[in-house]
Design a protein around this ligand. Structure first.
Ligand SMILES: *Cc1c(COP(=O)(O)O)cnc(C)c1O
Length: 380
């Protein structure tokens, strides 16, 4: 008998989630309306921010955040190569230039010293990524931003529910973005959000989400009938539906339990692998309470491919997070070179994510541990 395939990540949907979605399906509003405002208020509250703007996905959240930050042609945005391509792609979408700074070898988050060295008069923003759910060094990055008059955007697609020096992710940067894709910690199917304390940045993110369309009388350039609206800036339709917001509200209630279960599973993996001579594990910095999204191990560059294939063959859904963004053909063509960020480049060729999601049992985790240990033994 073969055990079921264990994916690297998967949503957890229970009856309470289903009931909330059904409730909204039977209501008057499938999009716009009270569910959106309720989800935004609850999300902002849970993450310690004044404003939350929910959007269609995490990529749209980044797009809205860069638009809110007025990132435009001629600007540079300093970011990490060890991320999903969307973090950099949306900088390119704004007509601006991503500048890749290297990461720290222990947390695989941006190294503030490398960021400092990359600042030029054209730098507009720093886009940090909380790799695997571990918050980046936000105090140092915010300090650099203050010193050089920049904005910090925290791509927190991995880290909702995490804390940094007692403060929740969502309250640390000028703008924070989330993704609610099913592999992420809470899901709305597709979905995302931008969080900020700054009402001007929130307004710009909201405008960008909805065609740049303004109805608020105080913001209109002339007064007409109450039907009157203006499109004042370029925007898109990045709205999240009410159906999705209902799911999001229900998932948000379950967030503490999701984070707790992920933490227990990570501890189990750590106990099993910590002393393994052929594995390097992620560590967390003092004062940081990660909300682990990934359990990423590092093996020798020459061992990874065989280990990956073997795990897949044995029903273990390993994944690679990530191919360095500056190694992707789009970025190679734009003249980037991954060897310019040697630590991220090395890590990107060593990393392998193992299954981690709240519905995993201890026995599932033990099966992963067994298969990894066996594979490394057999490979000699
Ligand atoms: C998932 C993810 C995104 C994109 O989110 P989508 O909801 O899939 O668009 C962006 N950045 C990081 C780091 C991610 O993990």
């Amino acid at each position: 008998m073969t055990a079921a395939f264990l994916p690297y990540g998967r949503q957890s949907i229970d009856d309470s989630d289903v009931a909330e979605v059904v409730r909204v399906l039977r209501s008057d509003y499938l999009t716009t309306g009270p569910e959106i405002e309720a989800f935004e208020a609850e999300l902002a509250q849970a993450c310690g921010a004044r404003h939350a703007v929910v959007v269609a996905n995490g990529t749209a959240a980044l797009h809205c955040a860069y638009a809110a930050a007025a990132v435009t042609a001629g600007h540079e945005v300093i970011t990490t190569p060890l991320t999903f391509s969307a973090t950099a792609n949306m900088v390119v979408a704004m007509g601006a230039t991503p500048v890749f700074a290297d990461v720290r070898d222990d947390t695989l988050c941006l190294d503030p010293d490398r960021v400092a060295a990359a600042i030029t008069p054209r730098t507009r923003a720093i886009a940090a990524v909380d790799y695997a759910g571990h918050p980046a060094e936000m105090d140092r990055l915010m300090g650099l931003a203050k010193e050089h008059d920049l904005l910090v955007i925290e791509d927190a697609a991995h880290s909702i529910g995490g804390r940094y020096k007692q403060r929740p992710v969502g309250s640390l940067a000028h703008l924070t973005t989330f993704s609610f894709h099913p592999v992420k910690t809470i899901t709305t199917g597709e979905g995302g959000a931008v969080l900020t304390d700054d009402s001007r940045l929130a307004e710009r993110a909201r405008d960008f989400r909805n065609h740049g369309l303004v109805r608020d009388k105080q913001r209109l350039s002339r007064q007409e009938g109450s039907w009157y609206y203006e499109v004042q800036s370029l925007g898109f339709n990045y709205r999240l539906t009410a159906i999705q917001c209902a799911l999001g509200r229900s998932q948000l209630k379950r967030l503490p339990a999701f984070v707790a279960r992920r933490t227990v599973l990570v501890e189990r993996y750590h106990r099993a692998f910590a002393a393994h001579p052929r594995l390097k594990l992620m560590t967390s910095a003092p004062g940081v309470e990660p909300a682990w999204h990934l359990f990423a191990i590092r093996v020798k560059v020459e061992d990874r491919s065989a280990l990956f294939d073997r795990l897949i063959q044995r029903g273990i859904g390993a994944q690679v997070h990530y191919i360095a963004v500056n190694d992707l053909p789009l970025y190679r063509r734009l003249g980037y070179d991954p060897t310019s960020t040697p630590i991220a480049w090395q890590a990107s060729r060593q990393l392998l994510s193992l299954p981690l999601f709240p519905g995993m049992s201890d026995a599932d985790a033990d099966r992963v541990i067994f298969e990894v240990q066996e594979a490394l033994r057999d490979e000699g």
